[in-house]
Design a protein around this ligand. Sequence first.
Ligand SMILES: Nc1nc2c(ncn2[C@@H]2O[C@H](COP(=O)(O)OP(=O)(O)OP(=O)(O)O)[C@@H](O)[C@H]2O)c(=O)[nH]1
Ligand SMILES: [Mg+2]
Length: 529
Amino acid sequence: MPLLAAEIARRRTLAIISHPDAGKTTLTEKLLLYGGALQKAGAVRARKGQRATTSDWMELERQRGISISSTLLQFDYDGFRVNLLDTPGHKDFSEDTYRVLTAVDAAVMVIDAGKGIESQTRKLFEVCAKRGIPIFTFMNKLDRPARDPLELLDELESVLKIGACAMNWPLGHGIDFKGVYDRQTREMHVFERTPNGAFEAPVQVGGLDDPLVRSRLDPSRYERVRSEIEMVEGAGHAFDPALVLAGRQTPVFFGSGVNNFGVQLLLDNFLRYSPPPGARKSGDRLVEPDEETFSAFVFKIQANMDPLHRDRIAFARVVSGRFERDMQVRHVQSGKRVRLSGAYKLFGRDRETMDDAVAGDVIGLVGGTEYGIGDTLSQDGNLRFAEIPRFSPECFSIVTNPNTAKYKQFRGGLKQLLHEGVVQSLELERPEGRVQVLAAVGPLQFEVLQYRLESEYHAESRFEPQPWVRSRWWRPRAGIEPRETNWPSGSALAFDPDGERMLLLAEEWQLAYFTDRNPHIELSAIPFG
Ligand SMILES: Nc1nc2c(ncn2[C@@H]2O[C@H](COP(=O)(O)OP(=O)(O)OP(=O)(O)O)[C@@H](O)[C@H]2O)c(=O)[nH]1
Ligand SMILES: [Mg+2]
């Protein structure tokens, strides 16, 4: 069996992130095509008879043409084992995306070159920066009218405060977009478009003066590109792999995901310069990937991925040691010893038995009903990873079952989807007793819940939106004399599943007002734990 260190060194675990619609799922599909994991690429909005993408496998995703849930794709390419996670861009699903970011070692940030940096991209960038994750940038959609490349680079520097180094340079844009100039090899890659971009784009590669390559560009465009390249060579940042690993420089690749232009260059350079799996914190200690003891944490749960099996998969990122089939580990949260028998390698909704995994790999665990998001699995019962971020919900709804004949399906489905974290569940304190209220970061989460209850459990549901717009965990502040609390009008008290107290507010301004009026109460945007 190969040495642990050598196995770890060839792992790459990354997330693709951005604002909605920048082209993450399309790029993911093309990375799979160029990575040899797909023979033919599908489209996000596939027409009748066309292939859909591998990562938007959920029916609702295909109907709406957006990603709702993150998807894991594992494949081997050029000596590397890649764990690729396509994430949803919509802010209502950002909890899922943020969880995924705890499990990766690098990110590819996709930017629509016609638009530049959009709000959600900026937020996700900040999360990556805080975690010290190196970021590779893909400037996408160059086949459409795009902003000036220099301006796009400047924007990265001024808005995100990170050095931006163009790794390649676009040869034109819009219908004149012909390919890219690779600054490292000083070669032009001139591509041909293929129908639907389903197959790799034929490419001609040659130096700047190569007449064959040159003849493919309009002469005035060629002159312009040449002078742009001279300028970048003179004034642009020098590429510095150490700065990239430190999160202080982002290598920028121009291209078009739909047309497959520039995808190969992104993939090869990403694998070459991105880091192998890093350590994770357990309490005060850093757990290194090459430690002998196996450890992992669960960052995502998804039920019913396979319509034939209708089971639940927990996604666990291996932090250290070596996973072996049927091994016994401790599920730290319950204290129980569990056997890791149903373990899978995942490719969208497809699965294959996993025999061997090391740090960086994500294992799909089937059947462990006790696993929750954030849980630690380890041979060392003293380890506990606390990676998963929590969010205070801003949308609330009470759900009821309108069809008494389907009570069992409704209850069962709701329980499973709550466990998966599709939405959160709170208990509202009412004079008549406690009432369940569902809580989410954004309203689309409720739509997904309703749709999935119907399609996966054949259960109807009725949602009654509630008026609160903010929530906080609260407790009496230590060392301050208790006194009567001034609850704002329209507010409500609730309990989270751990029994921690929460305050739900009807207006945003009440937050500051409440803090001001109630110095004896401490508020927190995350649970006190
Ligand atoms: N013209 C052009 N369109 C593109 C390109 N890449 C993606 N698109 C289109 O942009 C739309 C959104 O693409 P997706 O890949 O679904 O974007 P996404 O970032 O995954 O979106 P969410 O997951 O919903 O956040 C689709 O209609 C794509 O066909 C590109 O390079 N050029
Ligand atoms: Mg997507």
